[in-house]
Design a protein around this ligand. Sequence first.
Ligand code: SF4
Length: 437
Amino acid sequence: METRVYIETWGCQMNLHQSEGIAGVLASAGYTIEENLDRADVVIFNGCMVRQKAEEKVFGRVGAVVEEKRKRPVLLGVGGCLGQIHGEALLKRVASIDFVFGSSGHKALPGLIERARKQRVTELSEPVFDTESTARRKSQVSGMVTITEGCSNFCTYCIVPYARGPMRSRPRDLILKEVERLCGDGYREVLLLGQNVNSYGTDRTDNGDFAGLLTAVSRTGISRVRFTTSHPKDMSETVLRVMVQEPNVCHHLHLACQSGSDSVLRAMNRRYDRDHYIAITKMGRDLMPDLNITTDLIVGFPGETDDDFERTMDLIERVRFGSVFAAKYSPRPMTRGADLPDNVPASVKEARLERVLSRQRTIALEENRHFIGCEIEVLTEGVAKNGELYGRADDHRTVMCQGDTDVGELVTIRVEGTSASSLSGGILVREKHGGMK
Ligand code: SF4
């Protein structure tokens, strides 16, 4: 009998891609991937623990499964970083969870689901690297490709090294084969993924470095290459020069700054200072005047003073990010930060977050207005709820496109409108591609 599986994901792109891997494993094992929770026989929550709020959101969704369980038999599995860190304790804490799995080893999921039909069960494998991709991708335009798993940096606020294990680089030939396969399937873009892509290859001697990998990927015939996330301590001039030399490497750099204060950066164990961050971003912009720099930052880290926070605001003014993913600090179990007093009051964190977001909205709007009247190339990625086609510019800005075209095409548009989060305009030129998969 058909078993329908619904997968819901929280967290970063690594988790989104892991869910694509889970979908691929389960589809190969004969399960049907279901888009609606209320029609599923098995519900999988691929959870995130990077912030307390992300964790709470997963538990907030359990009620929807409990409702379904009242009507018919439904199995609920919780995994990802959340499963890896809490393990068996999740079964004790939430009676409606039937099985728990970790942040890797999802190839064992079909067996785990079958065992969970008889009894509640937990299976945590040691973090391993699934070198052969099992992904069943949601997008048929842009394919995520993992190049590293895990992280060895141990930033003091971050649970990733505990949830995903040490940094492991995926063999270069497997990455290139996967990109070539995506090209053959009609994909236009690849997004190379890792917690810290710039450290690719530092854990083994046979792979070369990230700059070499980026060059090789850009020469596979794929139209666009992106990568994320970059760590300022490992970002090099060599990588920036590859971005200049290889015309299909996009001019977008997601470079997580986390704070603009040296004392906070030290307490976070980030291993760079603000001068280094500013120097890297300046070098990038000198080499690529059209470079869009985006970032992550945390407000209210233990001990962050008003002065420290003003240094962060000053960094925002200097760098003028295209967008900022900002979050209030929350202590995470196992991390060194959890031993520090969480001494910035909630109201202060809230006010700081609001100031960051408000100032950033204004900067983004000002930056986007510079594009009015310009012609830019956009890769169309999908159709929004209002029926409008959207895509991304080379520098990662979201663009709403008016005119007749299909998803998965490179088009030229003239920018006519802007908001803080997107550009919009009419299509001038379509460059028809050989067709989607
Ligand atoms: S670099 Fe730091 S913030 Fe990023 S995943 Fe590693 S430990 Fe976490």
